[in-house]
Design a protein around this ligand. Structure first.
Ligand code: PLP
Length: 282
């Protein structure tokens, strides 16, 4: 695989980052994952805008121009022959002798690589995902897409140990989001419910796109927090992310939703998302 590191395209074995990079030492870094279908990038404008916002919140300078960053995405997709999969991009504050304080003159590091994988024909989309609820013990700036993913990884491991696929995180009795996705339920009246944006969760790019597609399909969306109990009593549930698109959730804490198989609304929304993404990919 050819990867990109700070201005160079290299075989992955030759790519190097300093041990003093604050991304490595302190998770002082942000990232984006843009999916690829038919060799094209999905929802790219959203990912580009969120990268700029995450960097702005942390006062990390943009490592390259938006045009250059798009070109690197395209080069990697082409050079690695990716038809379906993802491009991972990370920006760190850069390298300096270890100190909690940083200085404004640091040079950010930019790393990108591709991952080829089937997303549309996912076995999990056929059977549906099982989730467990867990305390949300992450920090309180979840609106910034940082590489500080340890609690999310621990929660995912706990879910797997419990025989589930993923965890929905709960704070003050309400679900914030999944470990790496936004959480949605479908009420018995067919209304989609997903938590309103704040510092408590990541503003998913897939979430935003799906909200537009739902509006076009005359499906109502309510942006509000919901409890685990409400979710267990919902007609359907699903999660959204760039890596999973729209993924039906069929079980919460061992309680089956509906028939315990992917529901019609989630299934339809997944189809709409794939169609619209193919149409708008760049
Ligand atoms: N929430 C969290 C915590 C995430 O890590 C992600 C994606 O990685 C999402 C939500 C979904 O965001 P997006 O749709 O932009 O992939």
């Amino acid at each position: 695989r050819i990867v990109y590191v700070n201005g160079e395209y290299l075989p992955e074995e030759e790519a190097k980052i300093s041990i003093f990079d604050r991304g490595f030492l302190m998770a002082d870094a942000v990232y984006e994952v843009a999916s690829v279908l038919d060799g094209k990038l999905l929802d790219y404008a959203g990912h580009e805008a969120r990268l700029a916002r995450s960097l702005g919140e942390l006062e990390i300078p943009m490592p390259a121009s938006p045009e250059e960053i798009l070109e690197i995405h395209r080069q990697l997709v082409t050079r690695n022959g990716v038809e379906e999969g993802a491009v991972y991009m990370q920006v760190t504050r850069g390298a300096a002798d270890r100190d909690f304080a940083w200085t404004a003159d640091m040079t950010p590091s930019l790393v990108l690589f591709t991952q080829a994988k089937a997303i549309v024909a996912s076995p999990m989309a056929q059977r549906g995902s099982k989730v467990i609820s867990l305390d949300d013990l992450r920090w309180h700036r979840r609106d910034i897409k940082t590489t500080q993913l340890l609690y999310a990884s621990m929660a995912k491991m706990q879910a797997k140990a419990a025989g589930a696929d993923d965890a929905w995180l709960v704070e003050d009795g309400k679900i914030t989001e999944g470990t790496s996705n936004n959480a949605w339920i479908v009420t018995k009246d067919g209304v989609l419910v997903t938590r309103q944006l704040s510092n408590d969760l990541l503003a998913g790019i897939t979430r935003a796109s799906l909200m537009r597609y739902a509006a076009e399909a005359q499906i109502s969306v309510e942006e509000r927090a919901f409890t685990v109990e409400e979710a267990k009593g919902a007609a359907e549930a699903f999660v959204t992310s760039a890596s999973a698109f729209v993924m039906p959730v069929v079980e919460i804490d061992g309680v089956k939703l509906g028939a315990g198989s992917p529901g019609p609304v989630a299934t339809r929304l997944r189809e709409i998302y794939v169609e619209e993404s193919r149409r708008t990919a760049i």
